[in-house]
Design a protein around this ligand. Sequence first.
Ligand SMILES: [Zn+2]
Length: 289
Amino acid sequence: MLQEIRAGNQDGWQKLVDRFQGRLLAFARRQLPQTADADDVVQEAFLGFLQTLAKFRESSSLETWLFQILRRRVADFFRRRGGRGDVILCGELSAYSLSCDRPGAESKDHSASWHVRREEDRQDDYLALTTALLGEVEKLKRDERFEDLQVIDLLLFAQRRNRDVAELLDLSEKAVALKKHRFIEKLRDALPKSDRDAADSTADDLLTSLWADFRPSCPKRTTLGKFQLGTLATNWDEYVAFHIETLGCQFCSASLDDLAELASTVQAGESAPLRDRIMQSTVGFFRPD
Ligand SMILES: [Zn+2]
């Protein structure tokens, strides 16, 4: 699909839009109460995808990359409305999500330099750390060490405090701290030299940011489909239930919304209007000069 798009083949582009539009729209609708706004940011995200196609590293999945772009577009939307640009990734979307000026209690207010460091151009600086992080989480999943994964999910992704995590998972605070310490130690060598000796909170911020960008613990879409059908093995079924209900992952909740909608609206053509808009707004990328 990517090769077709890079070669300027519009059919390849249409296939990509068709494949990802539903889950992106479901995510945007969870963040933005007005359907028209959600359509707009999804359209902007697809446009942004084509504009940054040259920067796409195939080390991350297309879905991951598209969600990163969409998150930035949603944040821009909130900022244009005078808000702080916080996009809620974990936890229940409550009344806060209906207001553009969300209180910042759920997310840390990073410094300006932090935002500069996070520019996608600089992601290469953290390639070693990203690879190590994805590898460690993959090991936890493979060995079905779901309790460890839940602790890390809640601490790094949801930014919950040790005490809350202990309470939620019925563990001691000491056990939570130990699991976290072990996990971070495995990654320390992969931290860029400038961050290696920094305070733990710097490493935490870095890992939280990478977690939000690369979502290492998010189950695959096929796994989410099986979860919906109730055909997962018990261990996995329990983990996915935690991921959706306790962690409140908004990406996976959006994918589930989309899967449910796909299952219920078999009639083709329902999503055609937005698809047509996206195709029209991006036609310039495929027209020969
Ligand atoms: Zn997820």
